[in-house]
Design a protein around this ligand. Structure first.
Ligand SMILES: NC(=O)c1ccc[n+]([C@@H]2O[C@H](COP(=O)([O-])OP(=O)(O)OC[C@H]3O[C@@H](n4cnc5c(N)ncnc54)[C@H](OP(=O)(O)O)[C@@H]3O)[C@@H](O)[C@H]2O)c1
Length: 299
């Protein structure tokens, strides 16, 4: 089957990992990368796979619109805000890997089918911590719909955070907390995201705390186990580090995310999970729309 041509915006850490993973996709093929600075490692990988590099950001997205059917933005929240009006006019599938809220929140394990059924074409991938922890909060909320407080404590290696990541910490926290409330289906839930960086070469870790009745721990363990297996379908390095346990009036669950041998080190699990979630979302979208043009815009 013909692969779907896609474009990447940005040539930083996430973009590099995404490009290397897309070269292995049976569905997607990267044809063009839009960026503003030449970077030798990226240029080398792009050249090896016949990917065109385009440095004209003013006209480039429209000029080359015939060359791609999906655009993955790996820049920063600020850049996404600037270019989002251009993207909305392209009538392409937009996959936003920055924490800027411009489209519809997307968690492949949770709402892929709903987005497809509603013919949504603009996916916000929330954040790396969100992709790791929100499915678990959702699994807990399936057992207890009245959780009042949920928290994600996110820890990643500092080396894995490019300037784009560091520039949008406020948006990262805001969108992750919004994602917690949205996927727990509780707009009044008190949500907290805490992002920290370490100087070790250690895998990404995310600890989930939820305030709720400790009596339901058995059901929560079953629900969380099921969810971990769902996420592992597209993030093989995602694993339960500490199974749900009771700590006072909180349930605590700890996860570890290891990247799997692509272009970035294994301990960049945070880069790995966002790239894999974005690819999973695009692949599912195009499989659902196979043999027909992508539906026109509900954005
Ligand atoms: N690193 C992670 O673990 C991770 C995980 C999930 C999501 N994210 C999100 O992914 C995005 C990229 O993060 P990163 O760590 O890959 O950062 P990065 O290495 O600094 O890459 C950012 C890229 O965006 C480009 N860029 C920034 N502002 C731009 C603008 N105004 N116009 C055009 N290009 C612009 C940069 O170009 P120059 O190099 O020319 O400045 C660079 O190519 C961030 O929004 C981050 O929150 C990161």
């Amino acid at each position: 089957m013909r692969k779907i041509p896609i474009a990447i915006f940005g040539n930083g850490l996430v973009a590099l990992d995404l490009l290397s993973k897309i070269t292995e996709s049976p569905i997607l093929e990267c044809k063009i990368v839009f960026c503003r600075t030449k970077k030798p490692t990226f240029e080398k990988l792009a050249a090896r796979h016949g990917v065109r590099m385009e440095y004209d950001l003013i006209h480039g997205f429209n000029k080359h619109a015939g060359d791609y059917e999906a655009l993955f933005d790996c820049t920063s929240a600020l850049a996404h805000r600037k270019y989002s009006p251009v993207f909305k006019n392209l009538d392409k599938l937009i996959i936003n890997l920055t924490p800027e809220k411009a489209g519809h929140l997307c968690m492949p394990a949770l709402n892929m089918q709903t987005l497809i059924d509603n013919r949504v074409k603009y996916f916000d991938m929330v954040s790396c911590g969100g992709q790791a922890g929100i499915p678990i909060i959702h699994a807990i909320s399936e057992v207890d719909k009245d959780i009042e407080y949920a928290e994600l404590f996110i820890n990643a290696t500092s080396e894995s955070l490019g300037a784009g990541s560091r520039a949008n910490i406020d948006e990262y926290i805001d969108t992750t907390e919004d994602g917690i409330r949205f996927f727990a289906k509780n707009r009044t839930l008190r949500a907290k995201a805490i992002a920290t960086a370490n100087n070790a070469k250690r895998n990404m870790r995310v600890t989930v705390y939820a305030e709720m009745s400790p009596n339901k721990i058995g059901e929560i363990r079953v629900s969380v186990d099921k969810m971990v297996k769902e996420v592992q379908k597209y993030v093989p390095g995602y694993k339960l580090l500490v199974e749900p346990l009771v700590e006072g009036d909180h349930i605590m669950v700890s996860l570890e995310i290891r990247g799997i041998g692509d272009f970035t080190p294994e301990f960049f699990g945070n880069v790995d999970i966002i790239a894999r979630a974005a690819i999973q979302a695009a692949e599912k979208f195009f499989i659902a729309n196979r043999n027909q043009r992508p539906p026109s815009s509900i954005q």
